[in-house]
Design a protein around this ligand. Structure first.
Ligand code: ARG
Length: 274
């Protein structure tokens, strides 16, 4: 094939004509391969709804910080990729991935079968469960008792899902908020009787807002959830890098260090030998 092109080119130039079509087509790839332009390192854009401490929040300098952020930074370092975090509202966050505005999402996102239809998830990096927040003087002792009460949730979260399942799709007693802190503010002002959200976030809020006089109610009826880092469906290359990075930070103790920094103790691993 190549020699045929060369001969054609030779014949054309021998005839005094410019070898217009064949010559550039044959030589272009060779030139590109021998002198590649130095491509600027790609910066992967990570979307996160930074109103979910201790997983992701904005500090007073408006920097995005938290457990998820440290995990992704450590993973990126192992994977040899550059990342930049962009505060992204939860509502519509999954669309930013599909549209290519974000390359990755880390946002305490629970891996669910439904979400797996539209995006790909890394291996799980954190275990979670729903938890109920109520006023300290509340009589609520279990999830089932929220059936007829006003409950605040963050729109489209797994907390929203469980409460919608309990009360029914048409319930007027579910108050949906664009962020979990807003739902908790509503609990404080008495607009709702309870808030259902991820345990880590509820515990963090209750601990840091003792003035709110909240207590938490756990219920074994809640299923175990696992957080994953999301990439656009089919982005196997990036997903592979992320999973490799996750495995690396778990193997070398980096993950445990980050975990201890935010949650005080190493994650429950295999039971210690007795
Ligand atoms: N884990 C829950 C879910 O996936 C809530 C996540 C909300 N995250 C956030 N950064 N607001 O639905």
């Amino acid at each position: 094939q190549a020699s045929a092109l060369l001969i054609t080119g030779f014949l054309l130039s021998a005839c005094g004509k410019k070898a217009e079509t064949p010559a550039p087509a044959a030589s272009a790839p060779v030139a590109a391969a021998s002198a590649p332009a130095p491509a600027p390192a790609k910066v992967y854009v990570v979307g996160t709804d930074a109103a979910y401490a201790p997983f992701e929040s904005e500090n007073t300098q408006k920097e995005i910080v938290g457990f998820d952020i440290d995990v992704v930074k450590a993973v990126a370092q192992k994977a040899g990729i550059e990342v930049k975090f962009v505060n992204t509202p939860w509502e519509g966050i999954f669309n930013t991935l599909a549209q290519g505005d974000r390359d990755l999402l880390v946002s305490a996102i629970t891996i669910t079968d439904e979400r797996k239809q539209t995006m790909d998830f890394s291996n799980p990096y954190f275990d979670a469960q729903q938890l109920i927040a109520v006023k300290a003087n509340s009589k609520v002792t279990k999830f089932d008792e929220l059936k007829k009460l006003k409950v605040g949730v963050q729109t489209g979260t797994t907390g929203d899902e469980v409460v919608t399942k309990l009360q029914g799709k048409t319930s007027a007693n579910i108050k949906r908020f664009e962020s979990t802190p807003l739902a908790l503010k509503e609990l404080e002002s008495g607009g709702v009787d309870a808030v259902v959200a991820d345990n880590g976030v509820i515990i963090n809020y209750v601990t840091n807002n003792s003035g709110s006089k909240f207590k938490t109610v756990a219920d074994k009826a809640f299923q175990n959830e696992q957080y994953g880092i999301a990439v656009k469906k089919g982005n196997a290359d990036l997903l592979g890098k992320i999973n490799k990075g996750l495995a690396d930070i778990k193997a070398d103790g980096t993950y445990d260090k980050i975990y201890a920094q935010y949650f005080g103790a190493a994650p429950a691993a295999a039971p210690a030998a007795s």
